[in-house]
Design a protein around this ligand. Structure first.
Ligand SMILES: [Mg+2]
Length: 303
């Protein structure tokens, strides 16, 4: 884990570094409040040790800015203060710090407080991770997908980029559950998730949208690249075999593709994909439809 130490005194930085040398952490130092803010954004540390008295900016102000920025608000902060003033300690904690250490540091106390803060940070990271992952398939869940969608949307607004969205629905999935039971249904969902993930680039975000629905966010994508990805996934899903007693369970899926070229909101891209998916279902399933034109593929490999 990574610890950022922000202190205007080179001696204080050196002492803190020596004190933490035995902890298994990477240490990054910043010599001013402004550098500290910059380093916190660049280095994404797991903990910030923050001096209260600095000439360019007080520790309180650095703390306030870190806590108000989405990319740094989850990083725990321990104040380093020469002040024994109760008021400063209370103020620091009320600003969102998790703890404070009084200078000069006691070596064991500093290390113990750093360890305690990092333990909590680790648990917090796990919670954040669990909140974003679909437990059955291991893909991103709908919440995480929507967050990424908003981030990508903000990015393409700034840089004039594009994105595509692929909506996927397993055909007649209810029959799988009805005929073979939910355990087999779950295995089918996992295999479909794996097949989809395999076809994605590193930058794509495959997700379980809900039930038997999946979605893929394709950064920099358009209808053509989205449809090509969808077609690869379609073929991959057709090849899935899940064994259940004497039967090989096979499924197909239908795909709808939307992109950002004519959308004003990220939600509209999803609506386009959803409408295209609806048309794919009506076109006979196991095919890809885009928001702009007719079905790309009407392969009839349906089970
Ligand atoms: Mg200072």
């Amino acid at each position: 884990m990574k610890v950022l130490i922000v202190d205007d005194s080179p001696e204080a930085l050196a002492v803190a570094k020596v004190r933490l040398a035995k902890e298994r952490v990477d240490i990054v130092c910043a010599g001013s409040g402004r550098d500290g803010l910059h380093a916190a954004k660049e280095e994404n540390p797991d903990l910030v040790l923050l001096d209260l008295d600095m000439p360019d900016m007080t520790g309180f102000e650095v703390c306030r800015q870190l806590k108000s920025a989405p990319e740094t608000c989850m990083i725990p902060i321990i104040f380093l203060t020469a002040s024994e003033s109760c008021e400063d300690k209370i103020k620091g904690l009320d600003f969102g710090a998790v703890d404070y250490v009084t200078k000069p540091f006691d070596a064991y106390e500093l290390r113990a407080r750093v360890r305690a803060a990092l333990r909590t940070k680790h648990l917090q990271d796990l919670l954040v991770e669990y909140a974003q992952v679909d437990p059955l398939t291991g893909l991103a869940n709908r919440r995480a997908l929507m967050e990424r969608m908003q981030q990508e949307w903000a990015r393409i607004r700034r840089h004039d980029g594009s994105l595509a969205f692929v909506m996927i629905d397993i055909d007649h999935f209810k029959r799988v559950n009805d005929n073979y039971g939910h355990q087999v249904g779950d295995r089918v969902l996992c295999e479909v998730a794996r097949a989809i993930a395999r076809e994605c680039r590193e930058s794509d975000v495959p997700a379980r949208y809900g039930g038997e629905e999946f979605g893929i966010l394709v950064p920099d994508g358009n209808l053509e690249s989205g449809a090509m990805l969808a077609e690869r996934c379609r073929q991959s899903i057709v090849n899935i075999r899940v064994q259940s007693d004497d039967d090989d369970v096979r499924v197909t899926a239908s795909f709808g593709v939307g992109d950002s070229s004519e959308a004003n909101l990220s939600e509209e891209v999803i609506e386009q994909a959803d409408e295209a998916l609806y048309r794919a279902k009506h076109a006979g399933r196991n095919c890809v439809e885009t928001s702009a034109r007719g079905a790309i593929d009407h392969s009839v490999d349906a089970a």
